[in-house]
Ligand binder design. Structure first.
Ligand SMILES: Nc1nc2c(c(=O)[nH]1)N[C@H]1C(S)=C(S)[C@@H](COP(=O)(O)O)O[C@H]1N2
Ligand SMILES: [Mo]
Length: 456
């Protein structure tokens, strides 16, 4: 144990963890990887209480209490701003709930912290926002919005939103579908991967209403040469350069033809709000959110894998064979991501929750999901993974819904605990303790979610 920490204040440990987590870990846990003596006392002081399960506390983990910097208000007063820790700011946007985290202003990107994902159906005000370009101007008459399907089809199909709703009324379907950014969980990667540093909150489940893309493709007549979609929206490139597009992704025809891939015009029973891509957007549940093109203008059916912006190199691709984290990569070792990943969250309590002394029972709940798959089991642990208790897991309301789970946990004493949650998918695959399969753009980080709780 280095004397760098011994005898110093709790603040210095937090700072050390913030600055250099690996070194902090070595200093606090020492070479034997067990919390004891001064290290244990310093850790207890830093997390704010005794740690009943300290013997099980694993080396290599940053305590959840220190893992996330608290958010600061969007427009803090000058003195407060000077003192405020460097954390994400709070989004201020018309109609959005107070508490969404502003990750970027241009393009506008905002995350829903896990504890705000406590609704079975995510309402508009809590729904995360991810833009790659500018937000296009809203239109006066949404029903007059036009989009087309062209390329490898017998006849180009051009439709207004009004025509979509009236001509295909009998094909309209609705479902509770996951919308999850391909980079969800990215902040778990060490070394940090390129892109928005999402926690687990680039996810929302809304009820989406629309017409299956398959119905429109069949109306246009898909040629045998059709391989892939190439999708375009009306959002201008950030630079304002009209010859560039903000993002253009595509999917194989097999995904375009399933009934859950829809051309949607309603979110939670209302016209899709402008910021979420209204009047019309694609919803491609279970796969990366980038395939759910907002402000839809064109679906180009292609005779090859689409090569638009966001399709090439390491964009939305994951390594076939693991690579050295932070090391050089070879484009040939990457494959296009399809299904999103297994994740679970605790939504009933925020990281850093304080409970009254003597609290011994607590009802907790959350969500779990796995892209194209379902979640078979959810377990929680309060002793750093030594023992696990099975939660009650609800059924999805339809394919690509998330599953909500509930549980009552029991604490043996007062002190500092971390509630860990871990999902198991229908194939028996579990979430890892640490994000694996590192890749330059940070896809697929799905380590278990941890919430620190201090009793007394
Ligand atoms: N036209 C357009 N569609 C888009 C995007 C975009 O930048 N432009 N971002 C995509 C990405 S990366 C995600 S994760 C989802 C986010 O949808 P939301 O903002 O409604 O939550 O929209 C997708 N559709
Ligand atoms: Mo995304």
């Amino acid at each position: 144990m280095s004397d760098k920490v011994t005898g110093q204040t709790e603040r210095s440990i937090e700072e050390l963890y913030g600055r250099d987590p690996e070194r902090a870990d070595a200093v606090i846990f020492g070479r034997r990887g067990v919390l004891q003596g001064a290290g244990l006392a310093a850790m207890g002081a830093a997390v704010g209480g005794a740690i009943p399960f300290s013997a099980q506390m694993p080396i290599g983990f940053i305590p959840a209490a220190m893992a996330q910097a608290p958010a600061a208000p969007a427009a803090p007063s000058a003195p407060a701003a000077a003192a405020a820790p460097a954390g994400p700011r709070i989004l201020e946007f018309p109609g959005k709930a107070n508490g969404l985290l502003l990750l970027q202003e241009r393009p506008l990107v905002a995350e829903t912290p896990e504890h705000m994902l406590d609704d079975q159906t995510t309402p508009f005000d809590k729904f995360f926002v991810r833009n790659n370009g500018q937000v296009p101007d809203p239109v006066a008459n949404p029903d007059a919005w036009r989009f087309r399907i062209d390329g490898e089809v017998n006849t180009t199909l051009e439709l207004t939103v009004g025509e979509l709703k009236s001509r295909y009324a009998s094909a309209v379907t609705r479902g509770f579908y996951q919308m999850e950014c391909g980079g969800n969980g990215r902040s778990q990667f060490q070394p940090p991967a390129r892109g928005n540093q999402w926690g687990n909150g680039a996810i929302g489940v809304a009820q989406w209403t629309g017409v299956p893309l398959r119905v429109l493709l069949q109306a246009a007549g898909v040629k045998p040469s059709a391989i892939y979609t190439g999708q375009y929206g009306a959002d201008p490139h950030l630079s304002g350069d009209a010859t560039r597009v903000s993002i253009s992704r595509g999917m194989p025809m097999s995904k375009a033809m399933v009934d859950t891939t829809i051309v949607a015009f309603e979110m939670n029973g209302q016209p899709i709000p402008h910021i979420h891509g209204g009047p019309v957007r694609l919803i491609t549940p279970g796969w990366a959110g980038s395939l759910s093109t907002k402000w839809l203008t064109r679906i180009w059916i292609r005779d090859r894998v689409h090569d638009g912006d966001g399709m090439m190199g390491t964009n939305y691709r994951v390594p076939i064979l693991p690579m050295i984290p932070g090391g050089r990569h070879d484009d040939a070792n990457f494959k296009i991501m399809e299904s999103m990943f297994l994740r679970s969250i605790i939504s009933s309590h925020q990281n850093g929750t304080r409970l009254a002394a003597g609290t011994r029972e607590l009802a907790i709940r959350g969500a779990a999901w796995a892209g194209d798959l379902t979640v078979r089991e959810v377990h929680t642990s309060i002793d750093f993974g030594q023992t696990w208790q099975r939660a009650e897991v609800g059924a999805p309301r339809n394919q690509h819904d998330w599953q909500r789970w509930t549980q009552t946990i029991r604490f043996p004493s007062n002190g500092y605990f971390e509630v860990w949650v871990r999902g198991t998918d229908q194939n028996g695959v579990m979430q890892p303790h640490v994000a694996a399969n590192w890749n330059p753009q940070g896809y697929g980080a799905n380590s278990l979610h941890r919430v620190a709780m201090l009793i007394g």
